[in-house]
Design a protein around this ligand. Structure first.
Ligand SMILES: [Mg+2]
Length: 282
């Protein structure tokens, strides 16, 4: 989970905010994810949107299983792939599990992202499902499709992830570990490329689900322009092989706003973000 945006909220910014607040009652410093978190937790439209995504996948499921040439992972060789059992790959955070309560805690505590607190939240196993995800994965499993969860959560908290998914009714295999965590094996990097290849060795990957471009293709560190081109170049895949869930709170889209430059100060990041606001005036 990449959460550099939280650099925007260090103590110095808070103190500055308090100073302004004391000068003017109308000036309140807002945590950068307040609106996004309120939306995720309250907008009925969010539920409608994610349900639409999973419903679309459901309506394609039969065809995807039947058609042995159908693949969401074009690197597979036709003849070999056709004999393999079908699988779907889903990212976990903001794809099948809703972590907005963790965001809400950070906002209320006026704190920035802390990996230990994040792991504690994962081990609480209290995340709700993203609307539509349980129904889709259960239906896929009922049809004999292997359901893999490919997550950048750490391996040491995989048990928390498993408990959370299990509690909510997400299908899990008793014979095989289908939660593929970050660094669980030597070459399994956060880029997820190796883990997709691992699944592709024994399965025909019929659908991929995620909230971040990196859940589908390697997109680390590339510019906004390149990100946009990647989406256009793969336009025939969206809604058929690849399914995107909305995440306005965090993700590589946000880091791309300041070109993934973690050396920038919070003020510089804030300026870089604002420079991306398009007013059509210049
Ligand atoms: Mg995610």
């Amino acid at each position: 989970m990449h959460r550099s945006f939280q650099k925007l909220f260090p103590l110095s910014v808070l103190l500055l905010g308090l100073l302004f607040t004391s000068c003017s009652s109308s000036s309140t410093l807002q945590h950068p994810t307040t609106s996004a978190t309120l939306w995720a937790q309250n907008a009925a439209e969010y539920k409608a949107l994610t349900t639409s995504v999973y419903n679309t996948a459901l309506s394609n499921l039969g065809m995807a299983i039947e058609d042995s040439y159908w693949t969401a992972y074009p690197k597979q060789e036709d003849q070999k792939m056709r004999k393999l059992p079908a699988a779907v790959i889903l990212d976990v955070d903001e794809t099948v599990l809703d972590n907005s309560p963790f965001q809400a805690r950070m906002i209320k505590q006026k704190s920035s992202f802390d990996p230990e607190q994040w792991n504690d939240w994962v081990m609480e196993a209290k995340a709700n499902p993203i609307a539509g995800a349980v129904e889709f994965t259960q239906r896929a499993a009922d049809h004999g499709v292997a359901v893999f969860y490919l997550t950048n959560r750490e391996t040491k908290v995989e048990e928390g992830t498993r408990q959370n998914l299990k509690k909510l009714g997400f299908p899990l295999s008793e014979n095989q570990d289908r939660i593929l965590s970050n660094n669980e094996r030597d070459n399994w990097t956060s880029a997820k490329t190796e883990r997709r290849a691992y699944v592709a060795k024994n399965y025909r990957i019929i659908m991929i689900f995620g909230d971040d471009l990196n859940d589908f293709v390697p997109a680390k560190g590339i510019s906004q322009q390149e990100r946009s081109e990647l989406v256009e170049n793969n336009s025939s895949k969206w809604g058929k092989f690849w399914y995107v869930l909305p995440n306005p709170s965090y993700g590589s889209w946000e880091n791309a706003l300041y070109n993934f430059d973690d050396s920038l100060s919070p003020t510089q990041i804030d300026s870089a973000r604002k420079a991306r606001l398009n007013t059509k005036k210049n």
